[in-house]
Design a protein around this ligand. Structure first.
Ligand SMILES: *Cc1c(COP(=O)(O)O)cnc(C)c1O
Length: 234
């Protein structure tokens, strides 16, 4: 059993970065959950991270995720997070095979997920994706639309609204990263002030997790710095 685990070292480094970033702003590292983003990576890579104790994994492509879920044995306590754009014809597969969805940005998609979530499973834990830098090309609701979508989603019994997710513009300076993440935090505070029991800020990736944690991230989604560069381009 001398298989070399190539994920152990980078995973430990990312975990150490999360701890440092949290402690630097006097937050408890336990308040930041690491989602290992395994899109385009093989099931064997997921298994290696699992062996190291990692339990939360993020995927962007439904078909690819289902194939890997089927390949993985002895990992039934994995928590699967769907973090990619959601097509209408994929909602059933997502509702049946994921615990969390970070990328809800349309009421119609939320309605389908609510209708299709199997009754023997707990409600889907969901975040609304916000287009924080107002990029034309990016999914997500604008900040002004967050409140209306939150109202609609919170009325859906098979969805549990947990918070907000964002992917800031690529190429932001460190200062711009902080500004973008602070906007998302303020949007979450706004929802809390309206009475929503939301507690999740899904923000921060390989290149900007420190800024995200400084601004209050409770979940960071890290792919490249755990698994290495992705083979496919997106
Ligand atoms: C791919 C992806 C990530 C991970 O990005 P890295 O830069 O590889 O850490 C995080 N969130 C979402 C939504 C993604 O699509």
């Amino acid at each position: 059993m001398s298989i070399i685990n190539t994920i152990a070292d980078p995973l430990a480094k990312v975990t150490a970065r999360i701890q440092q970033a949290a402690l630097a702003v006097s937050r408890s590292p336990d308040g930041v959950r690491l989602i290992a983003v395994s899109k385009t990576q093989p099931a064997t890579a997921i298994k290696q991270a699992y062996v190291c104790g990692q339990r939360d994994f993020g995927e962007n492509y439904v078909q690819e995720a289902l194939e890997k879920q089927a390949e993985l044995v002895g990992t039934s306590d994995v928590i699967w997070h769907f973090i990619g754009p959601i097509q209408s014809n994929k909602t059933r597969a997502i509702a049946e095979n994921f615990a969390w969805i970070h990328s809800i940005d349309r009421e119609k998609i939320a309605q389908r997920l609510n209708a299709q979530r199997p009754s023997d499973l707990p409600p889907l834990q969901v975040c609304l994706q916000v287009n924080i830098d107002d990029e034309n090309t990016k999914s997500g609701v604008s900040l002004t639309e967050v409140s209306a979508l939150a109202k609609a989603v919170s009325a859906m019994p098979r969805l549990q609204l947990r918070g907000l997710m964002a992917i800031p513009a690529a190429g932001n300076t460190a200062e711009q990263q902080h500004v973008a993440f602070a906007k998302l935090r303020n949007a979450l505070i706004g929802l809390q002030a309206q009475g929503y029991a939301v507690d999740t800020l899904s923000m921060g990736m390989s290149g900007d997790l420190e800024a995200a944690i400084a601004e209050g991230a409770t979940m960071v989604r890290v792919g490249t710095d755990i698994f290495g560069a992705r083979v496919q381009t997106e």
